[in-house]
Ligand binder design. Structure first.
Ligand code: XIL
Length: 460
């Protein structure tokens, strides 16, 4: 995890700390993020990427991924063929590798994908009828159970609608088991991992006037009216000159959100180069930022050379890892903000936290103060006070399951293997004279647990 509001803000706070002031916390809203995740965090959103397990040994790749992104999708490693290569024999090695890399670095994970007509294992491709339906439901249950508690949102069903003018379902072996296969998959996923948001994910659903978009919209409306457990809709957003970013994208996102679901851009890539590519990226970011329930954006890979359609150079970093014009336009648009604030009020009143803030002893003290609260997450600030002259400090912040820290600022965090304990160290010098204070902040995705984190402070 890197710091959402570094650079200018860190410098500003350092200056204030030296002057002995403690008003630094009013500043973050005005600060510009210098990475994609930092800039997206300013409006409570995430910025993610797809990660391929076989690239985790490439340090250029992991350095960019760790610095820029705070939501991770396995590009192929959690798909049906990868996780159940033989019936009832599950294989989680590569998926687990990606999840543990993400968690060690304080990132969240989108699960992709539990049920899909494509990338099925051979044994499943040959099945039909009740045995296929049962095998699919077993797959959903097993995989969602394996990753239970570690997934922000699952793409439960992927690409189930037909292209073209029909607006209906795509023919597939799964569809032939009966039209209710999608809701059956969602119910199985909810039972297996009640904390994960459950999404329907598809492509060519970006333009509000397309029949496919309307077909998916009608399904989601029907699911909400009948209580089928669906929480979000994913828009893959694979664009090129034949399928450009639609000018009504914000309308599409807003109309889906009005059904009572979150919307997410899940696999964004846009073929092209230079300013025209940059402009289209900007349009997608703008559309998401204009819809309060658009909770985040994921690009489908790190560098152009990592892309599934590398020849179209569709990503934000070139093959050498340099930032492209598209990167700058995305960052600037994230920093410019949107026309609405995401999740401006908690959907349920935030209960009073159940644990009072503990403090550290010794020659420094850590004190917790509440920040903004949303329905799914809250911000907190830790003020470090030197009780004597100290040359440095470190502070642990322990959250309780299913809580996860999803963003931090004004410090350098490291994580234990459980993902529950973050150790924060100062980004620069940690020297403070007696009575001086400094502070750092973080966002907790609470999963319904509003308990305040516990703190320690150790001085050196
Ligand atoms: C792609 C991967 O990027 C490729 O590596 C793989 O060969 C095929 O699948 N829609 C999806 C993604 O939901 O899972 C696809 O990913 C791209 C299209």
């Amino acid at each position: 995890m890197t710091t959402p509001r570094p650079g200018r803000l860190t410098a500003a706070i350092g200056g204030l700390a030296v002057a002995g002031l403690s008003v630094a916390l009013a500043l973050p809203a005005a600060a510009a993020g210098s990475t994609l995740q930092a800039a997206a965090s300013e409006s409570g959103r995430y910025f993610g990427t797809a990660i391929a397990a076989n690239r985790l040994s490439d340090s250029t790749y992991t350095t960019i991924a760790n610095r820029e992104f705070n939501m991770i999708t396995a590009e192929n490693e959690m798909k049906m063929d990868a996780t159940e290569p033989s019936q009832n024999q599950f294989s989680y090695g590569n998926g687990d590798r990606i999840v543990s890399w993400a968690r060690q670095n304080g990132k969240q994970v989108r699960g992709h994908a539990l049920a899909w007509h494509s990338q099925q294992p051979g044994w499943m491709q040959n099945m039909s009828g009740t045995s296929l339906r049962n095998a699919m439901l077993n797959h959903v249950t097993q995989v969602a159970t394996h990753y239970k508690g570690q997934i922000y949102a699952w793409d439960v069903v992927n690409e189930a609608f037909a292209d073209g003018s029909s607006g209906g379902r795509r023919d597939s072996n799964l569809q032939r088991t009966g039209n209710d296969w999608i809701e059956a998959a969602f119910r199985a996923a909810r039972a297996a991992d009640p904390a994960a948001k459950l999404c329907y994910n598809d492509y060519n659903t970006d333009n509000w006037s397309h029949a496919k978009t309307q077909g998916v919209y009608n399904m989601v409306r029907d699911f909400k009216s009948r209580g089928v457990p669906i929480d979000c809709v994913g828009f893959q957003a694979h664009f090129n000159s034949g399928n450009p970013v639609p000018s009504n994208y914000d309308t599409t996102l807003r109309n889906f959100a009005a059904l009572g679901v979150d919307v997410q851009i899940t696999e964004l890539d846009i073929e092209g180069s230079g300013s025209s590519q940059a402009q289209q990226y900007q349009g997608v970011v703008q559309a998401c930022l204009s819809v309060s329930r658009c909770t985040g954006i994921t690009v489908w890979g790190v560098r152009d050379s990592d892309s599934w359609r590398a020849s179209g150079t569709p990503l934000l970093f070139d093959g050498s890892g340099n930032k492209k014009a598209a990167y700058t336009s995305v960052l600037n648009q994230l920093n410019a903000g949107g026309t609405t604030t995401p999740n401006p009020t908690p959907t349920t009143p935030a209960p009073t936290p159940t644990t009072p803030p503990p403090t550290g002893g010794g020659s420094c003290t850590a004190t917790y103060s509440e920040g903004q609260k949303w329905s799914d997450r809250f911000n907190g600030t830790v003020t470090i006070r030197a009780n004597t002259n100290i040359s440095g400090w470190q502070s642990t912040v322990t959250v309780r399951n299913p809580q996860r820290i999803i963003a931090t600022w004004n410090g350098s965090p490291t994580w234990d293997s459980s993902g529950n304990v973050m150790t924060m160290r100062p980004s620069g010098s940690g020297a403070l004279s007696a009575g001086q204070t400094t502070s750092f902040g973080f966002t907790v995705q609470h999963g319904g647990n509003w308990t305040w984190p516990s703190l320690t402070c150790t001085a050196s």
